[in-house]
Design a protein around this ligand. Structure first.
Ligand code: DAH
Length: 344
């Protein structure tokens, strides 16, 4: 019986030495060790174990195990030889061109809105403004009422709104409700904060307005704050953001929560039809609304308007980024087109 084992080992090693391809190697492995469906030669020899006498069995078992281990080791060794041979063959055929560029790895980056937002926040941080986070899902009270827009106030028409199914709860239409939150939390300390984040409007999407966008709200409340502080702050911001040659203008406007109110425009240019569309024919792009905080709003925040004054602004981050990068359509920001996003 041991002879059959020895014979098997000898023959198998012999035929293994002839194997030169991955397919032949697989066939050899199947013939010796078997597959799920068929028995291999080794199993066949081992099947005689049951017919052996008691004295013969231990020696046979031991030898069978040795043979099996030897064949497995030989198989492994042959596998690496065959692999090397195949690689060599491919190299000779020229299949593998090591000078070809590899598979490119896509590098992630920050969205241009996030980049612009961080830049804006960094500039205000240098001027002493602290970042304050406030929620995107707001109450009607904070978003409108406490900002001096009671229900049915016509100024609400300026903000087409996404309401939730919970009465009195909506997606904020601007970052201004954060003013109320900061004031109520910080009273009676002076305030100098910026509030960045996404806002939502149920609006027609055009080249100059989207239905979701980022704003950075600013709020400064103190004892002797005047419109001159607002002008100085916005002018310095524009200088830092766009360089000292950037032209900026303040235009009278109306917001229920400021008095007086202004809009802040940066010069865009008026050469092409596109310029005309984006700037409504003026050459100027509005990047922020601003003004002196309305006495009623100060009072709603807990500050006595006889003693405190403040300025506020709400800046459109994508508008600001359009001017910064020369992007002439705001819809690019949320269309998720990599050809656009990878340019920043
Ligand atoms: N909340 C206004 C808007 O979204 C912008 C704005 C105007 C914010 C004047 C202010 C402000 O803080 O003082 O249209």
């Amino acid at each position: 019986m041991l002879d059959r084992l020895n014979q098997l080992e000898h023959d198998a090693l012999d035929s293994l030495a002839q194997v030169n391809s991955a397919e032949d190697l697989a066939a050899w492995q199947a013939s010796i060790f078997g597959t799920k469906r068929s028995k291999g030669e080794l199993d066949q020899v081992l099947s005689v174990l049951g017919t052996l006498g008691r004295e013969e069995r231990p020696a046979f078992g031991r030898r069978a195990n040795e043979v099996k281990q030897a064949l497995l080791a030989a198989l492994e060794a042959r596998q690496s030889v065959v692999k090397a041979q195949e690689l060599e063959r491919q190299l000779q055929k020229g299949v593998l061109d090591v000078t070809l560029p590899g598979t490119p790895v896509h590098r992630g980056r920050l969205h241009p809105s996030t980049q612009a937002l961080r830049r804006i926040v960094r500039i205000f941080a240098q001027m002493g403004f602290e970042v304050y986070r406030s929620p995107e899902v707001e109450t009607d009270e904070n978003n409108f009422e406490l900002l001096n827009m009671p229900p049915e106030h016509p100024a609400r028409d300026m903000w087409d709104t996404f309401y939730t199914t919970t009465p009195g709860v909506l997606l904020r239409t601007h970052t201004s409700p954060g003013q109320i939150r900061v004031m109520r939390e910080r009273y009676p300390k002076p305030i100098r904060v910026v509030l960045p984040g996404m806002v939502y409007r149920y609006e027609q999407v055009t080249a100059r307005s989207e239905m979701q966008f980022n704003q950075v709200e600013g709020l400064a409340v103190g004892r002797n704050i005047t419109l001159a502080d607002l002008k100085g702050t916005m002018t310095e911001f524009a200088r830092q953001m766009y360089g000292s040659q950037q032209r900026i203008r303040f235009r009278c406007s109306y917001f229920p929560f400021t008095e007086p109110s202004v809009e802040v425009d940066v010069y865009w240019g008026l050469e092409t039809e596109r310029d005309r569309m984006i700037t409504k024919g003026t050459g100027w792009l509005e990047i922020a609304g601003a003004g002196m905080v309305h006495p009623k709003v100060l009072r709603n925040g807990g500050y006595d308007p006889a003693q405190w004054t403040g300025f506020a602004f709400g800046m459109g981050v994508e508008r600001t980024a359009m001017r910064l990068y020369g992007i002439n359509d705001i819809r690019y920001f949320w269309s998720n087109d990599l050809r656009f996003l990878e340019q920043f």
